[in-house]
Design a protein around this ligand. Structure first.
Ligand code: ASP
Length: 332
């Protein structure tokens, strides 16, 4: 017969309850996204879905290796995004979408939550891995953002690989561009325009970092710059709160400084990372009819991956665990 709990034992059990529940929530050292949008199971084939899941897992494992070997969160974010930029699946690097003029103009940024330093490039057309150029701006220049041919000259001077513009041609993105040119009105601006990539990481030194890379929105006007390279809008990191990378309709993220808003809610209102990210994505952004999502990670490994679109390519990994990857809503 089980003995009845004495009052002191009962109090100890009660005190332990929050820890017990906290342990059931997974922790991460790395969280990744591959874009939010109208991603529906019924429009996906098994083989395409598999390719996305495999590539996101590969990127997470790559970043995990970096962190396990003592790399910094900035190293991990760069490594993860590089893998995704080299894949034609995502709207970043190789798979970047086309502008209305039929060009590929790429944006990227990175921020170190430990130092508060940041770097970004916008509208580059010849840099194979824009995230590397953004990192070079952060580490090897006095500036935060460089654009267009100036950014390309700087990247080349730092030994970063340059490619011909036709490197970014992929039939899938070109067909999307042609189709969008034909459509008079775009009811859903994120329809088939997803694929921006981003990563947030926490290293063994306790430092957070965030990075984002994109080709922007399909058929954007020439010279249009989205939120991805804007610090505080599409990317933000601060050890005191969290690291954030966003995807979605960039103009909303810029006008409302949404990545920073998540960090600010944590700092000034003491919200958890989940509460803050949810308040911004499913509260503020949704109320404005802005589509998108974010990944956010705090210094204790707590994270959130909210989105208000039908799907968002996303995943996370712990220092020792296996990659966990999701695509549609209600999957986790
Ligand atoms: N946020 C990106 C932009 O507006 C697009 C996306 O995430 O799909 O450029």
């Amino acid at each position: 017969m089980p003995k009845r709990l004495t009052i002191p034992t009962f109090i100890i059990v009660l005190l332990m309850m929050p820890q017990v529940f906290a342990q059931t929530k997974p922790k991460a050292v790395l969280v990744v996204h591959g874009g939010a949008g109208t991603i529906l199971k019924e429009q996906m084939t098994d083989s395409i879905e598999k390719r996305y899941r495999e590539k996101l897992s590969e990127a997470l494992l790559e970043g995990q290796q970096v962190l396990r070997h003592g790399g910094t969160s900035v190293d991990a974010v760069t490594a993860v995004i590089e893998v995704l930029e080299d894949s034609p699946l995502f709207n970043a690097g190789k798979g970047a979408v086309f502008t209305a003029e039929g060009k590929n103009e790429l944006d990227a940024s990175i921020m170190d939550g430990g130092t508060g330093m940041a770097g970004a490039v916008a509208s580059v057309t010849r840099v194979r891995n824009p995230i590397k150029a953004a990192r070079a701006v952060m580490e090897d220049s006095e500036h935060v953002m460089m654009i267009g041919t100036g950014a390309e000259k700087f990247a080349a001077s730092q030994g970063i690989e340059m490619v011909n513009e036709d490197y970014f041609f992929t039939q899938k993105r070109f067909d999307q561009h042609q189709k969008a040119l034909g459509a008079a009105v775009q009811a859903d601006p994120l329809q088939k325009k997803y694929g921006t990539v981003g990563a947030v990481a926490l290293d063994r030194y306790g430092n957070l970092a965030a990075g984002t890379s994109t080709g922007g929105m399909t058929n954007k006007r020439f010279g249009r710059v989205g939120d991805a390279p804007i610090i505080g809008a599409g990317t933000y990191a601060n050890n005191a709160s969290c690291a954030v990378s966003a995807t979605g309709h960039g103009e909303f993220f810029i006008r409302n400084v949404l990545a920073y808003d998540i960090a600010a809610l944590m700092t000034y209102k003491n919200l958890t990372v989940e509460q803050a990210a949810d308040a911004v994505v499913n509260g503020k952004l949704k109320a404005m009819s802005g589509g998108g999502g974010v990944i956010a990670l705090d210094r204790d490994g707590n994270f959130a991956m909210p989105f208000n679109t039908p799907g968002m390519y996303r995943g996370f990994i712990s220092m020792e665990g296996e990659p966990q990857v999701f695509i549609y809503g209600l999957e986790e």
